[in-house]
Design a protein around this ligand. Structure first.
Ligand code: FES
Length: 161
C-alpha cells in the first residue's frame, strides 16, 4: 500500500521549481532594495587635509582670509558647504589657522585691521588676533585647525561630521 505522505514526482518538480524561482527572484530583489535604501541610511563624514597654497602667500602679522567648499552627502541629500578661515602667519615658521565661525551662535566674523580684532556682526563679539574673546557673548575663542606644511605648502586638517 502506497503512503499518502509520499511526494509524487510531479509535486517534487513543482516544489523544486518554486524554490528555485524564489531564490532567483530574491537574488534580484534583495540587491535592488539594498541599492535603493542603503544611501539613505548612510551619512558621509569629511576628514581631509585642505590645501591652502604656498606659505609665502600669507603675509606675516596680518590675518588673511581664505575660503573653500566641501561637499557633504547625507543619504540622497548632497550639500555644498562654504567654509571660511583666517591664516595668521606669526613668523616665518609659526602659523595659526582660525575658523571664521563665531563661537556664540555661528555667524561669520570678519577681520577689522583698524581694531586689530575679529568682529561678529550678529551680537558684536570681538576676538583678538589669535582668536581669544575680547568682549561680547562668545563663550570661547575661535576654533583653530591642526596644520601641516609639506614642500612649502600649507594644509589644514578639516573634519565635518
Ligand atoms: S553669533 Fe557672534 S556674537 Fe552672537
Amino acid at each position: 500500500m502506497a503512503s499518502s505522505n509520499r511526494l509524487s514526482r510531479r509535486d517534487f518538480v513543482k516544489v523544486v521549481t518554486a524554490g528555485l524561482g524564489t531564490l532567483m527572484g530574491a537574488s534580484v530583489v534583495v540587491p535592488a532594495v539594498d541599492y535603493l535604501i542603503d544611501p539613505a541610511l548612510k551619512a558621509s563624514e569629511t576628514d581631509t587635509w585642505i590645501p591652502l597654497g604656498p606659505v609665502e602667500n600669507y603675509p606675516i602679522g596680518e590675518p588673511t582670509p581664505f575660503s573653500f567648499t566641501t561637499t557633504k552627502v547625507h543619504g540622497w541629500e548632497k550639500a555644498v558647504n562654504s567654509n571660511g578661515i583666517f591664516v595668521l602667519r606669526k613668523s616665518e615658521t609659526e602659523i595659526e589657522v582660525l575658523s571664521n565661525v563665531c563661537t556664540h551662535l555661528g555667524c561669520r566674523v570678519t577681520w577689522h585691521p583698524e581694531l586689530q580684532e575679529y568682529v561678529c556682526p550678529c551680537h558684536n563679539a570681538h576676538f583678538d588676533k589669535e582668536g581669544n574673546v575680547d568682549s561680547g557673548p562668545a563663550p570661547r575663542p575661535l576654533d583653530n585647525y591642526e596644520i601641516k606644511i609639506e614642500d612649502g605648502n600649507l594644509f589644514i586638517h578639516f573634519t565635518e561630521g
